[in-house]
Design a protein. Structure first.
Length: 48
C-alpha cells in the first residue's frame, strides 16, 4: 500500500491533479448542458 501514496514533489502528482480537475470540468460542463437543454421549452413541442 505504500506505492499508492503521492509524495510532495512527485511528478505523477501533477498529472493526477490535472486528470482530476479535468474530469470535474467535464462533469460541470455536462451538468450545465443537461440542465439548460432540459429547461428549453422548444424541446417539449411534439408534432406528428
Amino acid at each position: 500500500m505504500d506505492n499508492a501514496l503521492l509524495c510532495v514533489g512527485d511528478s505523477a502528482r501533477h498529472r493526477a491533479g490535472v486528470a482530476i480537475v479535468g474530469s470535474l470540468v467535464v462533469v460541470a460542463a455536462y451538468t450545465v448542458f443537461t440542465v439548460s437543454t432540459k429547461e428549453t421549452p422548444a424541446l417539449y413541442l411534439h408534432q406528428p
